[in-house]
Design a binder for this molecule. Structure first.
Ligand SMILES: Nc1ncnc2c1ncn2[C@@H]1O[C@H](COP(=O)(O)OP(=O)(O)OP(=O)(O)O)[C@@H](O)[C@H]1O
Ligand SMILES: [Mg+2]
Length: 464
């Protein structure tokens, strides 16, 4: 059966709480046992002293004039059980009666505490309430006089309570100190895990060569670290294999495709000029040529995709992107479909990277804006610096991109609109490639939030 309590998600908190609560439970058990022993032992000691006083030889020969001194002495000896600030004569009370029940001596407070209540006689000690307090009372007969001694139990209890309260406060402080120590120690124990998490977070495809040093870790974590490192080895190997495979395959396909394209173009030209021109053959060749060109475009993009995840060591040269963006804007202006270009560019857009690859990114974005923007609409190119980054936005008038497509736009071979796949040429590689290049430059490419009726992609690159 599953635990009914909500599970604490933090392992560190669970360790700290568990150890603190265990220690606290042990201390509280000890505290309870000690309190019980102290309370009972003290009652026994008071009874023992009271019995000893009553049975002692002192009372037998006390002349009447000495009873006040005996009273003071009793108070002094039981005063040790009372809090230091209690009234000096409230600790014990004395009553001496002669044979005719006439009082020979009575403590000054006796009447106020007990009045004329009948007092227990006979052997043994009794507990009696008087004056709002609890008293332990005993009597003894010495010759013709009967003596009662009452000891204040309430004062003794108050002293015990005050001491126990001080202990309880000390336990509270101790518990907080234990909690803080346990939290600190649990944090230290979790450090290797945090270290591993940090490495995993930093890991991107381009940093698969990172390893965690097992030598520095505690024995218990060293094995986990080496398993993690071995997993990274395998991951890196298969990642490189996959990347190399697509790159190699694309590379191998280029030559036959170029030959095929050349041959088809030649055949197409011949078919057009032949005396007995065959329109069916001509159409067939044109279709084949289209498909071969499409294949060629895929292969070229796959080759470029090797830039992804640091497969290409990108030479970081200073590049100004403003001229590139201006050229692209001019190209859009040449389109003869009434499309309007909005250009908002600063004097220079200085970044570091590979000019050709960065140009490829912007071209992909602009070609998308042309392909998927509304005909007769607008295309906006803008750049502004935000802190240490350049933000280059490429936007266009559009019906928008449905939410279900947004998170997949950057997947390879993904095309958002089924209708586009037939009407608009393309293979679905442009954005994924552009994002890989941006990331290889330490930047990012994302679909930005935009108002309805437009689509905006944002390329962020570290400023030079
Ligand atoms: N500016 C845009 N407006 C609306 N949809 C867009 C825009 N840019 C991209 N898309 C959608 O994202 C999809 C993926 O774009 P991507 O550039 O990766 O591929 P593509 O343009 O279809 O092919 P190619 O590989 O030739 O670039 C597109 O098919 C399109 O549906
Ligand atoms: Mg595209």
């Amino acid at each position: 059966m599953r635990a009914r309590w909500p599970r604490l998600r933090s392992f560190r908190l669970r360790i700290a709480l568990g150890s603190t609560l265990t220690a606290l439970a042990a201390i509280l058990l000890l505290y309870a046992m000690a309190s019980y022993t102290i309370i009972h032992r003290r009652a026994a000691i008071i009874d023992h002293m009271l019995s000893a006083h009553l049975a002692g030889p002192g009372f037998q020969a006390t002349p009447q004039a000495l009873w006040p001194a005996t009273d003071a002495q009793l108070n002094a000896s039981f005063g040790g059980f009372a809090p230091p600030d209690s009234a000096p004569l409230a600790h014990a009370l004395l009553l001496v009666e002669d044979a005719g029940h006439g009082p020979q001596y009575r403590s000054p407070a006796w009447q106020r505490v007990f009045g004329d209540a009948s007092l227990p006689r006979g052997p043994g000690l009794h507990t009696v309430e008087g004056g709002g307090q609890s008293w332990r009372i005993g009597s003894a007969v010495h010759g013709s006089v009967t003596i009662w001694v009452a000891v204040n139990r309430s004062l003794s209890d108050a002293q015990v309570r005050a001491s126990l309260l001080r202990f309880a406060v000390a336990i509270g402080v101790l518990a907080m100190a234990m909690g803080a120590l346990a939290w600190y120690l649990a944090g230290r124990a979790m450090r290797p895990v945090e270290h591993l998490t940090g490495v995993m977070v930093r890991l991107t495809a381009s940093e698969l060569d990172q390893r965690v040093s097992a030598a520095e870790e505690d024995l218990e974590f060293a094995q986990m670290v080496s398993v993690f490192n071995a997993m990274l080895d395998r991951l890196q190997r298969s990642f490189l294999q996959a990347a190399r495979f697509s790159g190699d395959a694309a590379h191998e396909l280029r030559t036959p495709l170029t030959i095929l394209q050349g041959e088809l173009e030649r055949s197409f030209a011949q078919a057009g000029t032949a005396a007995a021109a065959d329109p069916v053959l001509e159409q067939g060749l044109a279709n084949m040529l289209d498909e071969v060109r499409r294949l060629d475009s895929i292969v070229r993009k796959l080759l470029l995709a090797r830039a992804d995840a640091g497969q290409l060591a990108i030479p970081l040269c200073p590049v100004d992107l403003r001229p590139t963006l201006e050229e692209l804007a001019e190209d859009i202006g040449l389109l003869d479909d009434g499309r309007q270009v909005r250009l908002t560019l600063p004097e220079h857009i200085a970044v570091r990277g590979d000019a050709e690859l960065l140009c490829q990114v912007l071209q992909n974005l602009v070609s998308n804006a042309i392909k998927y923007g509304l005909p007769g609409g607008w295309i906006a190119l803008s750049a502004r610096r935000k802190g240490e980054q350049w933000r280059i936005d490429v936007g266009n008038a559009s019906h928008g991109i449905a939410p279900e497509h947004r998170h997949r736009l950057f997947d390879r071979f993904y095309r958002a609109d089924q209708a586009h796949q037939r009407r608009v040429p393309g293979v679905g590689l442009g954005l994924s490639l552009a994002r890989d290049i941006a990331m290889a430059h330490g930047g990012s490419l994302a679909l930005a939030e935009a108002e309805p009726g437009q689509v905006r992609f944002r390329l962020s690159l570290p400023a030079a």
